[in-house]
Design a protein around this ligand. Structure first.
Ligand code: 5GP
Length: 128
């Protein structure tokens, strides 16, 4: 598991050191807000308030209650955004190969345009 870095930008948002950019949803354990550099007309980030660096850490360490609560909060956010009928994509990046920039577990909820294929085909993708 990855050691949690308290200085990451989402940790700072959770501590109130940086203002949250267009909050969408908040409860005791979950915060959702618009991405500052949206990749689609709708681009919302959903984070647990607990200190988990990646989805792996969240799945591995969170309690059953926390896991269920987070999942149900995602459904509430989807309802609130009114995208259930239109469709959407949920993505989480994990680690270097996954392209994760902020080391606090987050889901990206993307919608508002046809999102195309999920990743570039192998033949056009940059190699590491
Ligand atoms: P990752 O690449 O880690 O999966 O995604 C991090 C996301 O956080 C990026 O889409 C980036 O635009 C977004 N982001 C980075 N800093 C901030 C910020 O201060 N506020 C908001 N709302 N989004 C941020």
């Amino acid at each position: 598991m990855q050691p949690y870095d308290d200085s990451n930008i989402f940790a700072r948002i959770l501590r109130g050191e940086i203002p949250v950019h267009q909050k969408v949803y908040e409860d005791d354990h979950v915060l959702a807000f618009h991405d500052i550099l949206p990749k689609a007309p709708l681009h919302v980030l959903v984070i647990p308030k607990g200190k988990y660096a990646t989805i792996y850490d969240f799945y591995k360490q969170a309690s059953a209650e926390e896991l269920l609560h987070f999942s149900r909060a995602v459904t509430r956010i989807i309802d609130q955004l009114d995208i259930q009928k239109k469709g959407y994509r949920i993505v989480t990046n994990c680690g270097r190969m996954g392209g994760q920039e902020v080391p606090h577990f987050h889901l990206h909820i993307l919608s508002g345009r046809p999102l195309g294929s999920m990743v570039e085909p192998l033949e056009t993708a940059p190699s590491f």
